[in-house]
Design a protein around this ligand. Structure first.
Ligand SMILES: Cc1cc2nc3c(=O)[nH]c(=O)nc-3n(C[C@H](O)[C@H](O)[C@H](O)COP(=O)(O)O)c2cc1C
Length: 314
């Protein structure tokens, strides 16, 4: 969030901009705005409606949510509450049979892209969680446990057994097996982005997991310009971690992102007001971005570029 504050907008008054168009298209999904909900496990921690609340909010606003492998409801139930565009986040598991099963389920349920998360394989210690003795409550459910394993405990264990030596061959396997576009989530390096292009991936998702997977790495808005330079517009770029306002969205788009995701604020909205609470956070992001675009003098998303930022003053 501090890194976002260091980027400054160069407004263009007298550009005659009043009407603004926030719509975007990414990987074939048409969205009302360039703000989506990132994959977050266990929405049941926030509200009894679990992912039903957030899925309905995404649909009401005309944007998409990534369903997490670690959702409480099943990916099929979540899809029913959001008939619009949707993507599935994948924590690739060790067992290829289980992995295949999940990919097939996602495709059959109408998910149109798979986002393997590559930055959270080793359970980085979250000191606050340790101090608070936080454990995700099992009672909330694990909707994506494989159905081919009849014993519930064994099914959950198979879902949670992540492949820790994940590599580019796995990414290609996921693409081939699913037949869907693959979004590599958790990229902070231009080299990794270049490799994603080389290995036929379909989008780069710049994320540091909201600062939850590895201390000491860059803020995403700091990493973004080099990644955008490497990608040169050949792959769409999604960015999250610390996006809180329309100004943050605008800055990320100006530096090369096509779409951004806003995580915890949506969950806090869900906690406070269920589906309508989550929806109100998304509406705030939309309306605030529209205002920023008017003030900056950019009538549509494609008009937003590095020219709309002030030169960096150290
Ligand atoms: C409660 C919670 C659960 C999350 N679970 C997942 C997950 O299952 N898969 C994943 O790829 N990222 C997960 N993330 C990371 C988000 O996808 C995203 O990168 C991050 O929340 C963005 O930062 P922000 O919350 O500052 O907007 C989780 C984040 C939170 C806060």
């Amino acid at each position: 969030m501090a890194a976002f504050e260091r980027v400054q907008i160069d407004p263009q008054p007298l550009s005659g901009t009043e009407k603004v168009d926030l719509t975007v298209e990414i990987l074939g999904s048409k969205l009302s705005m360039p703000v989506i909900i990132p994959p977050m496990g266990s929405h049941g921690l926030a509200h009894v409606s679990k992912e039903e609340g957030t899925a309905k909010a995404a649909h009401a606003v005309g944007t998409l949510m990534l369903t997490s492998t670690q959702s409480n409801l099943s990916m099929e139930e979540i899809a029913q509450h959001n008939p619009g565009p949707k993507w599935f986040q994948l924590y690739a598991m060790k067992d290829r049979g289980v992995l295949r099963e999940l990919l097939q389920r996602a495709k059959a349920a109408g998910y149109t892209a798979i986002a393997p998360t590559v930055d959270n394989l080793f359970g980085y210690p979250r000191e606050e969680n340790i101090r608070n003795e936080f454990r995700p409550p099992r009672s909330l459910g694990k909707g994506n446990a494989p159905r081919s394993i009849s014993d519930p405990a064994a099914a959950i264990a198979a879902l949670d057994a992540r492949k820790r030596d994940l590599n580019w061959d796995d990414m290609e396997f996921i693409k081939k097996e699913s037949g869907l576009p693959v979004i590599v989530k958790g990229v902070l390096s231009a080299k990794v982005a270049a490799m994603a292009m080389k290995r036929g991936m379909d989008a780069v998702y710049v994320s540091n997991h909201g600062g939850r997977a590895f201390d000491g790495v860059q803020a995403t808005i700091t990493a973004l310009p080099r990644i955008a330079d490497a990608v040169q517009g050949r792959l769409p770029i999604i960015l999250d971690s610390g996006v809180r306002r329309g100004t943050d969205v605008f800055k990320a788009l100006a530096l090369g992102a096509n779409v951004v995701a806003c995580g915890r604020p949506v969950l806090y909205g869900l906690a406070l007001g269920g589906s309508l609470g989550a929806q109100s956070v998304l509406e705030y992001m939309r309306d605030n971005l529209a205002l920023v675009m008017r003030l900056a003098g950019t009538p549509s998303i494609k008009d937003i570029s590095r020219d709309n930022l002030a030169p960096h003053v150290a």
